[in-house]
Write a protein that binds this ligand. Structure first.
Ligand SMILES: [Zn+2]
Length: 261
């Protein structure tokens, strides 16, 4: 059948059986670079041809191995109409899939589905939206026998700061002696907390506010003990939460996130 040729190209078989001549006509995915809990939610729009209304399976699969991370079934979908699907960045078990390339696939039940658009997915975003360098490392000695509990990122004063991961603002405050203006964010779907310090001014987000990955949370400054130095972000990562355990060296994750900033 003519209709099955294009389906086969999309990786599925079709024809007059359950597929009812299914053929994907158009598909568009936005944005091409998506962040977990990001400000722009991932959206798929598509239309198809078929002899009648169909139940269609829409899947998000890993581009490399084709493994399904999320699956939906739409019932009695009309051919020729535009259909929409949004993805919140979670697997079926509510976990968050690994960073990488993914694609949507669409097809009748029991078929592999036609390719419907590829995108990059990341679960964090680099927190400095501008020029920066890597300054003092985690573990560097500090006065009074303290050690440096984060990674410094020197950056021009006023550079926007973004939430590395969406979540809930746990606290914010000001410390003259150490951190200046700071904000602590509890990362969604993780136990991680992220701490941002030396902000130019109090963060524009308040206690308990919900923030999205990549949302503006302030500007780079030199408040607190950075006042005699230069503008910089002091960034901490607390894998089991700020009130539990201890911070971890955030340099490796920061370098990862920098790769797609
Ligand atoms: Zn620091």
């Amino acid at each position: 059948m003519a209709a099955s040729a294009s389906l086969a190209a999309g990786g599925a078989s079709g024809g007059g059986g359950t597929g009812a001549g299914f053929e994907l006509r158009s598909a568009k995915v936005r944005p091409a670079l998506a962040f977990f809990d990001g400000e722009r939610r991932l959206r798929l729009r598509y239309s198809f041809r078929a002899e009648r209304a169909l139940d269609l399976v829409v899947r998000v699969v890993r581009a490399g191995d084709g493994r399904t991370v999320r699956r939906w079934v739409g019932h009695d979908l009309a051919p020729g109409r535009m259909h929409r699907r949004r993805w919140d960045g979670r697997r079926g078990d509510r976990g968050v899939p690994a960073d990488g390339s993914y694609e949507f696939r669409i097809g009748p039940t029991g078929h592999r589905g036609a390719r419907a658009g590829r995108f990059e997915f990341h679960d964090h975003r680099f927190p400095v939206a501008g020029r920066y360098s890597y300054g003092d490392r985690f573990g560097a000695p500090r006065s009074g026998g303290r050690v440096h509990e984060g990674q410094d990122l020197p950056s021009p004063c006023g550079t926007p700061l973004l939430a590395a991961r969406g979540g809930r603002v746990q606290a914010r405050g000001y410390s003259e002696a150490l951190y200046g203006h700071w904000v602590l964010i509890d990362g969604l779907a993780t136990r991680h907390d992220h701490f941002y310090a030396h902000l130019e001014a109090p963060s524009g987000v308040g206690d308990g506010d919900r923030v999205r990955t990549g949302e503006r949370i302030g500007r780079v400054g030199k408040t607190g003990n950075a006042r005699s130095e230069f503008c910089q972000l002091h960034f901490e990562l607390w894998p089991r939460g700020y009130r539990n355990g201890s911070p971890r060296d955030p340099l490796a994750p920061l370098r990862d996130w920098a790769g797609f900033a």
